[in-house]
Design a protein around this ligand. Sequence first.
Ligand SMILES: NC(=O)c1ccc[n+]([C@@H]2O[C@H](COP(=O)([O-])OP(=O)(O)OC[C@H]3O[C@@H](n4cnc5c(N)ncnc54)[C@H](OP(=O)(O)O)[C@@H]3O)[C@@H](O)[C@H]2O)c1
Length: 292
Amino acid sequence: MSQTDIPPVLVTGATGRIGRVVIDQLLDAGVPVRALTRRPEAAATLPAAVEVFTGDLTAPETLDPALNGAGAVFLVWTAPPRTTEAVVERLAAHVRRVVFLSSPHRTPHPLFQQPNPVAAMHADIERLIAATGLESTVIRPGMLASNAPAWWAPAIRAGGVVRWPYGAAESAPVDDRDVAAVAARTLHRDGHVGGDYVLTGPESLTQAAQVGLIGDTLGRKIDFEEITPDEFRSLWKGTAPGPVVDMLLAAWSAAVGQPAYVTTAVADILGTPPRTFRQWAADHATAFTQGS
Ligand SMILES: NC(=O)c1ccc[n+]([C@@H]2O[C@H](COP(=O)([O-])OP(=O)(O)OC[C@H]3O[C@@H](n4cnc5c(N)ncnc54)[C@H](OP(=O)(O)O)[C@@H]3O)[C@@H](O)[C@H]2O)c1
């Protein structure tokens, strides 16, 4: 099949962490790409080969131009949930295939089993997709390695101590590039319809150890000071919404003393081992040295 015969894949969340890399992976595989954004000015950073569509998941009718003639959709949902049903109906009316970026809310590990409104929304979207005739794949990253700059870069850049709760809580951070590579693979290769993949990094690491690995990359020791959940709530007031902070605290609290859930899904699907957190940190060192 030549590139002109392959129907385009519509990437939602195209300007976001995962979608942006999915675009590169699809283009590398010779798949034509459409990108959805609410902010066409943000599309200036997308590769020239991408066809950009302005649309908003909370206004389902705005999606039609992007969906007309598309073959598959990579669905990322960070918007409010009220239009999920209408959007999934629209997807089913236009395309054959959807790959949904969800979370491991079905995995019986304490880190993933705390009350979480985002996980509840993901479960709803999965139910809606399953009720259509769409060919679907669900991908469920655990903790993304790329959470680290938002969490720890301000303190590290300032040369100070990382003050954080539940330093002993373990996770297996997964590199966004591995998540995106799996998403792209499942969008354009056969054999993944009905696939449901929990994606993790290769090893269980405490939060304190993750900060230590960032320090190794920067060539200096970063002090880690354990603080209480209440101190964390005060510190993050105004920076992150209260329910998000509570959700994270509950997850970390439950994960103390529990080795993280580690899967072989990345290696099974890509044929290459998942990147380590050390590798992620080495490739993103500037996130902890530059910027504000
Ligand atoms: N952080 C983690 O550890 C973790 C773990 C598992 C799963 N996840 C899931 O990963 C997803 C987030 O992926 P990400 O980090 O790649 O996203 P992100 O970097 O937060 O970017 C969000 C994207 O969503 C788009 N968007 C937001 N509201 C929209 C709307 N109303 N209509 C259309 N597009 C909209 C934005 O596009 P524009 O602004 O250009 O319109 C942007 O591209 C979430 O569902 C999250 O629950 C995260």
